[in-house]
Design a protein around this ligand. Sequence first.
Ligand SMILES: CC(C)=CCC[C@@H](C)[C@H]1CC[C@H]2C3=C(CC[C@]12C)[C@@]1(C)CC[C@H](O)C[C@@H]1CC3
Ligand SMILES: C[S@@+](CC[C@H](N)C(=O)[O-])C[C@H]1O[C@@H](n2cnc3c(N)ncnc32)[C@H](O)[C@@H]1O
Length: 374
Amino acid sequence: MSDTSELRRRQAEFSKELHGDDIGSKTGLSAFLSKNKTAQKEAVAKYLKHWDGKVDKDAEDRRLDDYNESTHSYYNVVTDFYEYGWGSSFHFSRYYKGENFFAAMARHEHYLAYKAGIQKGDLVLDVGCGVGGPAREISRFTGCNIIGLNNNDYQIAKAKWYSKKYQLEDQLDFVKGDFMNMDFEPNTFDKVYAIEATCHAPSLEGVYGQIYKVLKPGGTFAVYEWVMTEKYDETNPKHRKIAYEIELGDGIPKMFHVDVAKQALTNVGFEVTVAQDLADNDDEVPWYYPLTGEWKYVQTLSDIGTFFRTSFLGRKFTSAMVSLMEKVGIAPEGSTKVTHALEEAAVGLVAGGREKLFTPMMLFVAKKRLDASD
Ligand SMILES: CC(C)=CCC[C@@H](C)[C@H]1CC[C@H]2C3=C(CC[C@]12C)[C@@]1(C)CC[C@H](O)C[C@@H]1CC3
Ligand SMILES: C[S@@+](CC[C@H](N)C(=O)[O-])C[C@H]1O[C@@H](n2cnc3c(N)ncnc32)[C@H](O)[C@@H]1O
């Protein structure tokens, strides 16, 4: 058995042990409370193994080398929290005045589909598809067919469960795989998109190169990339601290600079037609508002529940409850460490957003030339 198939087999077995077989019927905190306790402790340890506060080259290299296992473990332990706090699309969005949270999320997905030029009947790849929230929305919106690629077995099982529930099985499929080493034949997809996922790659050239390979000549790739902006200075300790919080709390081996991302697209052969930071718009309601705790930004009454869970106060409440449940043995050991790591994520993301050092919505649209050779 090759190293890749052996890793896949181990991850699939571990996932079954941790989450059990009955993936669909529970979500959010109820799913979280039904984990196998020994496996959960192991998953938390695997995720946090390389996060020891160090930012030197060796520490970074360890995180980059272990990207697959550590990201897989990260999503094993945060997916239920994400669904509980945020819903089933795991990304940020811009907000219009008066617009409801979930409407804004869907609009952000529609916008990417529009920029990618996705048409009815297209075969589309969703790179790092989460539990399939964006794929469900984009397939309904455009009438295209989507294959979601993901290296997390739990999320794939959930995505398949939702497709069945919403009768989208004819348009959607979800497959296990590492976006650094894709199994698809070259020139397979009409369009490819990625939403806040390729930042988990140890090398952007690596993942973009794979996308270029599987895209048909003349095809389009559209991505919302997580990058550090022009204002970011790696040698400034305050800036580096913010980047580290984002890396640790979001399971990212290394946050790259926007120029690295743009250069990587060009280096693998793409022609970049759009490079625009959607966060750089002076929006009245900032993209990071749900994590701030600032009630003045809440747009509709229907957002109050979501806002409470995502706000500083709501997070403290969840964290305290989880800690209590862990102490009395209801929640698995290590769960409090997860809520602390997510707290670091929230703090780093808001600080990065306020200072415009970081963006989760660097929009790149890139074309594979019609005359491209393999
Ligand atoms: C990790 C990447 C590349 C993208 C995910 C973006 C966001 C969906 C998440 C980033 C930080 C997350 C947090 C939560 C939900 C999902 C995020 C916003 C919580 C609000 C979930 C509920 C917990 O109690 C607190 C979390 C804070 C961080
Ligand atoms: C923040 S989530 C975004 C999910 C989805 N795009 C969405 O917006 O809901 C990042 C996703 O990338 C996936 N991912 C991370 N590293 C991966 C890898 N090496 N290969 C495939 N998928 C990966 C994660 O499992 C997760 O589903």
